[in-house]
Design a protein around this ligand. Structure first.
Ligand SMILES: NC(=O)c1ccc[n+]([C@@H]2O[C@H](COP(=O)([O-])OP(=O)(O)OC[C@H]3O[C@@H](n4cnc5c(N)ncnc54)[C@H](O)[C@@H]3O)[C@@H](O)[C@H]2O)c1
Ligand SMILES: [Zn+2]
Ligand SMILES: [Zn+2]
Length: 395
């Protein structure tokens, strides 16, 4: 603890803030889930961050719990520690830094993981997830402008995915905060920060599922269920899902999947799945989406395609996996590719997805199967892959 007094932020403190309080002033505190070493994610009181120029502070109201957070907790992807995790945040703009003129206190926002800079070659080509400026900051502990704003007294903490939403407040660069309509519940809006954008976008934008096409989705957790919804939204024909969990398959069926395959043993990567899907669909699917991400599931997705079909990998269960595919499957014009965050253009596609929800045409609320306070973050993570649907932390 620093020598100066520390206290909770009050309503009166929320305004245009441009400078950190001096040592003599009180430093407001907030609760945040901090990863200090692999396997240990604990809720602590840290300083409420102060936005710098071009940044905004958001009072988080909800944040989804994505499997990628668990992958980081498990130490499977190296990140600088200590780090405040969470990357599916939604909330209310609470303070704006200097130079921010197009967002105001009270605006509702979703925090995108692929803000892009808008100016680099990749952004100009529409590939925001590959932005030369922002993308390197996804895992390096910094905001999209390279700054760090999280502290606990004299100690600096790292950001995750340019936002760190497992906390009562997040400071982000303005372009991370996507303005969304006030009438969307925060526990629905937050899903579009990552999981829903990733699954929906993988089907609709990256794979470009067309009406009547057959689709296979492997792994129907938060991301895979959104892929099912995306395929259904654009009028896919058969939508086959495969998962270890019968409950996940049932939820997928409730959301429009036409065929469910509960896999066991090694899961969908254990062989046999592709043959079953090929038999079921008369020679293979048009599109396969792998929302698990092992060498085996990628091979299953690719092998389940018809000639000329497209496989999109979004799951990263094994970041070091190497994939081997028969050369002739390429000659047969199958496509194997991947996607970060469903190739969305955040400030266009997040509002579009939420407009479909508002119109009653995309039941995103049915993905939210449990709500927890921040203190239950460990339990929410343990439930991934055990209980179907998405867990949301509400504040
Ligand atoms: N590319 C991206 O931009 C991006 C974005 C978000 C998440 N992800 C990744 O996508 C994956 C899914 O994330 P999620 O939040 O939906 O996870 P989740 O835990 O909610 O769902 C995973 C589902 O896969 C099933 N599963 C696990 N292993 C399986 C196997 N071998 N065979 C069949 N089913 C299996 C589980 O039962 C569960 O239903 C994770 O690897 C996550 O890191 C990638
Ligand atoms: Zn995610
Ligand atoms: Zn860019």
């Amino acid at each position: 603890m620093p020598a100066c007094a520390r206290a909770r932020l009050t309503g009166g403190d929320r305004a245009r803030i441009t400078a950190r309080p001096t040592n003599r002033e009180k430093i407001p505190l907030m609760r945040a889930a901090v990863l200090r070493e692999a396997g240990h994610l604990g809720v602590e009181e840290i300083d409420v961050p102060v936005p710098g120029p071009g940044e905004v502070r958001v009072r988080l109201r909800a944040t989804g719990v994505c499997h990628t957070d668990r992958t980081i907790v498990e130490g499977k992807v190296p990140v600088p520690l200590p780090m405040v995790l969470g990357h599916e945040g939604a909330g209310v703009v609470d303070a704006v830094g200097g130079g921010v003129t197009d967002l105001t206190v009270g605006d509702h926002v979703v925090l995108t993981i692929t803000p892009g800079c808008g100016m680099c070659r990749q952004c100009q080509l529409g590939a925001f997830a590959l932005c030369a400026v922002a993308a390197p900051h996804l895992l390096d502990g910094r905001l999209s402008n390279g700054q760090r704003r999280l502290t606990r007294g004299a100690e600096r903490l790292n950001h995750f995915a340019m936002q760190s939403s497992f906390a009562e407040y997040a400071v982000v660069e303005r372009r991370v905060a996507v303005r969304v309509p006030d009438d969307v519940p925060f526990d629905v809006a937050c899903l579009t920060a990552c999981g829903v954008s990733t699954g929906f976008g993988a089907a609709v934008l990256r794979a470009g599922v067309g009406f009547g096409e057959t689709v296979l989705v492997i792994g129907v957790g938060g991301v895979g269920l959104a892929a099912v919804l995306g395929a259904v939204t654009v009028g896919a024909g058969r939508v086959v899902v495969a998962d270890r969990s019968a409950a996940a398959c049932q939820l997928a069926a409730d959301l429009g999947a036409t065929d469910t395959i509960v896999v066991d043993g090694d899961g969908a990567g254990g062989g046999g799945l592709a043959a079953r899907v090929r038999a079921l669909t008369g020679g293979g699917v048009d599109v396969a989406i792998d929302a698990v991400g092992t060498a085996g599931t990628v091979a299953a997705a690719f092998t389940a395609l018809r000639g000329g079909g497209r496989a999109v990998v979004v799951g990263v269960a094994d970041a070091r996996a190497k994939v081997s595919i028969p050369l002739y499957h390429l000659i047969d014009q199958r496509v194997l590719t991947g996607s970060t965050n469903g190739n969305i253009r955040p400030h266009v596609d997040i509002p579009r997805i939420l407009d479909l929800y508002r119109a009653g045409r995309l039941p995103l609320d049915r993905l939210v199967t449990r709500r927890h306070p921040l203190e239950n973050i460990g339990r929410a993570m343990a439930e991934l892959g055990v209980r179907p649907g998405r867990a949301v932390i509400t504040f």
